[in-house]
Design a protein around this ligand. Sequence first.
Ligand SMILES: Cc1cc2nc3c(=O)[nH]c(=O)nc-3n(C[C@H](O)[C@H](O)[C@H](O)COP(=O)(O)O)c2cc1C
Length: 188
Amino acid sequence: MGETVLVISGASGAIYGVRLAEILGPKARLVVTDAGRLTLKHECEGLTPEELAERTGSTLESNDDIAAKSASGSAQIDAVVICPCSGTTLGKLASGIGDNLATRSGIVALKEKRKLIIVPRETPYATVHLENLTKLSSWGAIVLPASPGFYNLPKTIDDMVDFVVSRILDHLGHNNDLSKRWTGEELT
Ligand SMILES: Cc1cc2nc3c(=O)[nH]c(=O)nc-3n(C[C@H](O)[C@H](O)[C@H](O)COP(=O)(O)O)c2cc1C
């Protein structure tokens, strides 16, 4: 069983990546971009990538280390999740640019036909974002926006985060009960 590369890039919503790292634990190889380091610090009470890796048991790889395990097509990696995914990282992926470990692991996922889950966060989207998402979707990536649903009546921010993270885990094939599932009985 391979590992999952978890990239936290510099879009708002670092908390989604943090929650995912907590669930994946040692199965995650964590890559945080420079801007991701800033959003993590700003949005998650000063948390550093090093502290996150230590707390969750995940393996932290440097975004500058283009020779790290996550950069290789022959490494046993099951999936790459970019959560949250900034417009910059999105644009690089849609252009085939792998200039750091975050983007390189995404490009490798495309070439190796590994599962690639992109969790974009921007509002509104520019046409270039929409075109890039369309490109990546047509190449097999799963575009799973950080768009929590409200039909399960969330009470807290954690509930809303867990809604999105639960859908990511579903697509990774990871059984989870993070969020209440729709049964079809709710409106009857
Ligand atoms: C506090 C903060 C919030 C940001 N939020 C977003 C965002 O929601 N979406 C986005 O695409 N970029 C956002 N940015 C801008 C990106 O960080 C910037 O485009 C950067 O180049 C992304 O680099 P990366 O993809 O290597 O992480 C934000 C920047 C900061 C400092």
